[in-house]
Write a protein that binds this ligand. Structure first.
Ligand SMILES: Nc1ncnc2c1ncn2[C@@H]1O[C@H](COP(=O)(O)OP(=O)(O)OP(=O)(O)O)[C@@H](O)[C@H]1O
Length: 760
């Protein structure tokens, strides 16, 4: 039997070697093409240079993709029954030829297929075949790579006649081996071990909204990211120009997941935390729950609309304006009439203002003409065509018109609204005085996550900022846009004509082409363009979103093609939802598919059970996923005194670091203790201590429960769970989240009583 394993390992290693050799070849080809392109130098017309740059970007992208798939390039092999094949026309595969499944598709120079992209339909049985429904699979083989050689083989035989043949190998299981690996502070892909219930969601069709509900550690984030990769592969045509947006709760979460898609060969995706969804603003979290709740309500859309409308003011009485020494009169009626005509255009505020200005400048210029003619006498034939310009540029006119209808940016509008009580009172009469007081903040305060949808709302109503009184920037702007579009069109034609060399299949040629299109059109342009309509949006930790945040996201994807993942029991945001129907009904009605993930891959049963007991004792309604591992340790509970907390944390940490032996250790603390505990830990461990999901060399992180959302660690140390529950901002949901962040051990240090359920 050992001989067989050795022989099989050798045979598989040989094949894997061929795959890597092909990868190297492709990489070398692309590098050479890139160098040749660069060597053309920065000469020629603008068009030539932009074409050269486009090609260079294309090659760079392909090289980056080939580099990114280096690690565990191939992970599976399918041996199919003769009648179970799903052959495509022209497919060189035969039943006897095994299908190797990997991160990308690879073929040799003669277009013989060497490896199938995991997202292709022929690869689906690798994830979906079961003993009950083998889908033509006789044997599924997991290949565990170490570097470029095969270190282990795991077989799943689905055809019992194969059991006798001796060519089957079993260990602890590919899934268990993957789960046992140490955490790095960056999420890894699960492409080699996607489970059937996850695969069904990953491969769901593009249109419509899919909601993935699941308890902690059920792989929701992993599924969402793999689904994005799948959609970009399967619906490349439809997504190439529109792109995919991935939204997560915080920047540290985005950092945590940022490597997953590149490792799956996808770079053309836009990723954004909810705080960064408005271009140019890095919003901070909203610390005040009342403010978060108020700003999250849909009625805020009306408040912003009122605020915009209220910025179009009338004047109470006649105003005298001096233009070139001549006195003109601006009457309330003239302003009202101009305002009506401007509003009638139904254009956004800043654009409608152009009409407002034009009407009044015209009328004032006419007044000026009459006055000048009166004083010059009827016989005057002087050319007066310069008058509107004179009026437009006069100081008095500019001041008067700006007071009535000031050009505004969304930032100005929102900042002034909350810093000026009478503006807010006028725009939000439905709010009680104490609510408006809560919303007040000093001018110059930073924008928070709760402001982001308001800024976006304001931007839609205000429109582009181009001040006719200041001379228009529009012409230049439009010329720039036109240039950019021409360069893009040009590039597409060039790529088509070039037929893209060296890449193996026609399918892949198209893929590379389109991927670049995604990168250039969607990823780069979409980020800066507020009105960009994405082809699909993936939202993680979606239970936290407020109605206003949903409204913003729907505007970004009017087709309403969404993957929405979250756990409604983990809601902690003040404006988050208590059921998916409640959250989604205003936007999707009942038109969404609800899928549930039921297996917890992260937290061992002994700890997950304790978390469930704590949550349930506090009355939280939760779904309880089945943990795949029992775990080696129950939660470790250390009681200390109020004075001894710091000492006890350091002692517990020492103990935990021994267990985690190079793994990633989190210390989750109440907000009020964060600075103190971090300082104490830093004093002992120095640079090893980080925040968020940690840096590359940081294996200890000190964070709050809220910050730990979505992350995971080999060991978790929680300080004072009762405090996490009682925090102004907290709740048992936060403690539940904190307890379920660990993959191995949980240690609790407490001076106060433990919350009910913590002890078995
Ligand atoms: N099929 C799988 N194979 C290997 N590992 C998996 C699989 N599914 C999930 N995991 C692992 O389980 C852990 C939890 O996954 P993930 O973070 O996606 O869960 P989640 O449901 O988003 O969790 P939470 O809601 O608690 O943040 C991750 O380490 C992930 O890689």
């Amino acid at each position: 039997m050992t001989d067989t394993i050795e022989a099989d390992l050798l045979a598989e290693s040989e094949y894997v070697g061929r795959l890597y050799a092909r990868l190297d070849e492709l990489r070398a080809e692309k590098l050479e093409q890139l160098e040749r392109t660069r060597a053309q130098g920065a000469v020629g017309t603008f068009q030539n240079m932009s074409e050269r740059d486009s090609f260079a970007t294309l090659y760079e992208d392909r090289i980056a993709q080939l580099d990114a798939v280096e690690d565990r390039l191939v992970f599976g092999r399918l041996d199919m029954a003769a009648n179970g094949r799903q052959q495509q026309p022209g497919d060189a595969d035969s039943a006897a030829t095994p299908r190797y499944i990997g991160r990308i598709g690879l073929s040799d120079e003669d277009l013989n297929r060497l490896m199938i992209d995991w997202r292709a339909s022929e690869a689906a049985p690798f994830y979906q075949a079961t003993a009950l429904n083998p889908r033509g699979v006789r044997r599924r083989r997991h290949l565990m790579l170490k570097g470029r050689s095969v270190a282990g083989i795991e077989d799943d035989v689905l055809d019992e006649t194969w059991l006798d043949e001796g060519h089957t190998h079993h260990g602890e299981g590919a899934l268990m081996a993957a789960l046992r690996e140490k955490r790095t502070g960056r999420m890894g892909d699960i492409v080699g071990t996607i489970q059937a219930e996850q695969d069904a969601i990953i491969r769901a069709q593009l249109p419509g909204a899919v909601v993935v509900q699941g308890g902690p550690g059920t792989g929701k984030t992993a599924v969402a990211l793999h689904r994005a990769a799948f959609l970009l592969y399967e619906y490349r045509d439809r997504l190439k120009n529109a792109g995919v947006l991935i939204v997560g709760p915080s920047n540290s979460f985005m950092r945590y997941i940022e490597r997953v898609l590149p490792s799956l060969g996808e770079t053309g995706v836009v990723m954004s935390s909810v705080g960064d969804l408005y271009h140019g603003i890095h919003a901070v979290p909203e610390a005040n729950r009342t403010v978060a709740r108020l700003k999250g309500q849909l009625s805020m859309a009306k408040v912003i609309a009122n605020a915009v409308r209220n910025r179009q003011r009338l004047i109470p009485e006649d105003r005298t304006l001096v233009v070139e020494g001549t006195r003109l009169v601006l009457t309330p009626k003239m302003v009202k009439n101009a305002r009506e005509r401007a509003r009638h255009t139904r254009k956004p505020y800043n654009e409608a203002r152009e009409t407002f200005v034009k009407v009044l400048v015209g009328e004032l210029a006419e007044q000026l003409r009459r006055k000048l003619e009166e004083s010059a006498g009827q016989s005057s034939t002087t050319d007066r065509s310069y008058l509107p310009q004179e009026v437009r540029e006069s100081h008095d006119v500019r001041v008067a018109l700006n007071l009535c209808w000031m050009p505004m940016t969304p930032q100005q509008l929102v900042a002034e609204l909350f810093a000026t009580p009478h503006l807010l009172a006028a725009a939000a009469p439905h709010l009680a005085e104490h609510e408006r007081d809560a919303l007040y903040r000093r001018a110059g305060s930073p924008f928070t996550e709760a402001d982001v949808p308001l800024l976006d709302e304001a931007a839609g109503l205000l429109g582009d900022f181009a001040d006719p009184l200041e001379g228009s920037r529009t012409a230049q702007y439009e010329a720039d846009v036109e240039n950019a579009k021409a360069a893009l069109r040009n590039m597409h034609t060039m790529l088509e004509n070039a037929g893209i060399d060296g890449v193996v299949t026609a399918e892949q040629v198209a893929g590379v082409n389109q991927e670049t299109a995604v990168r250039l059109t969607a990823a780069e342009r979409a980020v800066a363009d507020r009105t960009w309509a994405y082809g699909h949006i993936v939202v993680d930790e979606a239970q936290e979103l407020s109605p206003m945040q949903w409204r913003l996201l729907i505007r970004r994807c009017p087709m309403k093609s969404f993957t929405i993942v979250g756990d409604i029991a983990q809601t902690s945001a003040a404006s988050g939802a208590s059921s998916w129907s409640q959250a989604l009904e205003p936007f999707f009605g009942d038109r969404f598919e609800l899928e549930e993930l039921t297996v917890n891959y992260r937290t061992p049963a002994q700890i997950a059970d304790a978390a469930v007991r704590v949550a349930q004792a506090a009355g939280l309604r939760i779904t309880t996923p089945q943990a795949v591992r029992e775990g080696d340790w129950p939660p470790v509970l250390t009681r200390t005194t109020a004075d001894g907390v710091q000492e006890a944390v350091l002692a517990a940490l020492r103990e935990e670091l021994e267990y985690s032996a190079g793994g990633l250790q989190a210390i989750i603390v109440p907000q009020q203790d964060l600075a103190r505990i971090r300082a104490a830990v830093e004093q002992v461990y120095g640079d090893r201590v980080g925040s968020g999901s940690g840096g590359l060399s940081q294996d200890i992180v000190v964070i709050t429960a809220r910050e730990s959302k979505g992350l995971e660690f080999d060991g978790v140390l929680i300080l004072e769970p009762a405090e996490l529950v009682d925090e102004v901002d907290g709740g048992v949901g936060d403690l539940y989240v904190a307890m379920t962040r660990t993959t191995q051990r949980l240690h609790v240090v407490h001076a106060r009583e433990l919350p009910e359920g913590m002890e078995a």
